[in-house]
Design a protein around this ligand. Structure first.
Ligand code: T4K
Length: 406
């Protein structure tokens, strides 16, 4: 064993961090501002059902995304469900919606929950974004919509997808769950396709405990969505359509407004972390930071790396445990391609090699204001040390796993 390995917690050393560095820690907010807003709601005795804070939050999000309408919802999954159920999608049970195989399960679940069939599309082998060529080949007479996903804040090829949607008379939606503050060229994410859906879950760059929003420039769609999230009630107080309860509470809106005020500062901070990670991980065989330096701006909320075992000598899951031992709570986003998930697996399910390969390689590393340059340097050293003597690390990992099983 090389002596450097003795500095790893996997080999018995003291973990690199006393306090865990975690992917998904809620971004800090100005607590006094939040409490002031929450107190305002409590004093007014108006806590939900399209209150003033919800309206203010919607206005700020619409402004941020450069769109006419923001319809807030209780989470992004419900937002996607509202789009799947919308009359313009027009789906009858069994109609098809094309979704990428590499995304959070919610993208497909929202479609399936409405009785439509998600059809899984291959992704780009590097970015993990939906492959428009494959999407085009998947179109059938039953296809109603395509949902692109701006994975980790990288914008999809919205131009190509719009052409495919237009020539096949399909709706085009984007799951923009992680992409508040990102752009497609100079266009803010939010104004692409027929509608886009943001998530304001606690783990997202802008958070409202739980929450989400559908943003669109389509006036009629916005009206239908406003009704659909409120049991189908239209502005005239009568029920226009079959709706659900998808409303955002005033407490969530208070948090969302306060969190949104930090977006620019946190994105800038995360950009610095991204550059520091690129330096700290440079030259490590088989370990690469996902490159966000193209023409589209990323909010840098997710710091993604790929671990290619053929070159690093160790699998992503081994590195995950090496880091966990150091109190670095990295996450394997996403570890399972959707077409291989139990509810979607069929006897004739076809392999999607790029999505499957990426699911075995991707790792989210901690970033955000809780992580500083020294932390990143230290995390880089851990990864470099592990990869530099990968066979010994793999053997040690297998020994520990065997011992844990006994
Ligand atoms: N589409 C896409 C592409 C998405 O990524 C998501 C959600 C959606 C749609 C649906 O959006 P929502 O309906 O949720 O609005 C988490 C989030 O729950 C989920 O919102 C998010 N994507 C997904 C990528 O991450 P899990 O299963 O990984 O959550 P969990 O509980 O394992 O926590 C993740 C990490 O965050 C852990 O390291 C712990 C940490 N954490 C979490 C919470 C909730 C905290 O430190 N504090 C917290 O309060 O799904």
């Amino acid at each position: 064993m090389k002596s450097d390995l003795q500095r790893l917690a996997l080999f018995g050393a003291t973990p690199a961090f006393d306090v865990a560095r975690v992917v998904g820690r809620p971004n800090p907010i100005d607590r006094a501002r939040f409490l002031e807003r929450l107190n305002r709601a409590l004093d007014s005795e108006w806590l939900s059902n399209m209150g003033p804070l919800m309206h203010e939050f919607e206005a700020r999000i619409a402004e941020q995304a450069g769109v006419r309408h923001c319809v807030s919802v209780c989470n992004a999954t419900v937002g996607l469900q509202l789009l799947a159920a919308d009359e313009a999608t027009g789906g009858r049970p069994g109609d098809e919606v094309i979704v990428p195989a590499l995304t959070f399960a919610a993208t497909a679940h929202a479609v399936a929950w409405r009785g439509l069939t998600p059809v899984f599309c291959e992704v780009d082998p590097v970015t993990g974004l939906i492959d428009p060529d494959h999407a085009e080949r998947l179109v059938t007479p039953r296809t109603r919509a395509i949902i692109g996903v701006h994975l980790w804040g990288q914008a999809c090829d919205a131009t190509r997808l719009a052409k495919i949607a237009e020539s096949n008379r399909l709706r085009l939606y984007f799951d923009a769950a992680p992409a508040v503050g990102c752009t497609y060229g100079d266009t803010p994410v939010g104004g692409l396709g027929d509608a886009e859906v943001f998530s304001f879950h606690a783990t997202k760059v802008v958070h409202s405990f739980e929450g989400g929003a559908v943003v669109t420039n389509d006036d009629a769609l916005a009206d239908r969505l406003r009704a659909a999230r409120n049991f189908g009630f239209g502005a005239d107080g009568t029920v226009h359509l079959v709706g659900t309860n998808g409303k955002l509470s005033e407490a969530s809106a208070a948090m969302g407004l306060t969190s949104l005020e930090t977006l620019d500062e946190i994105s800038a901070r995360n950009r610095v972390n991204y550059e520091q990670y690129r330096r700290a991980l440079a030259g490590i065989p088989g370990v690469a930071v996902l490159d966000y330096d193209g023409p589209n701006r990323n909010n840098h909320h997710y710091l993604m790396v790929t671990v290619t075992a053929e070159r690093s000598g160790l699998h992503r899951d081994v590195l995950l445990d090496v880091l966990r031992a150091e109190n670095v709570r990295a996450r394997p986003y996403f570890a399972q391609p959707l077409h291989l998930m139990r509810p979607y697996l069929r006897p004739d399910t076809r392999a999607l090699p790029h999505a499957e390969a990426l699911c075995g390689r991707l790792l989210a590393l901690p970033t955000g204001p809780q992580v500083d340059a020294d932390d990143i340097t230290r995390i880089g050293e851990v990864v470099r040390t592990a990869v530099s003597d990968a066979p010994a690390v793999v053997a040690r990992h297998a020994d520990l796993a065997g011992a844990a099983r006994q």
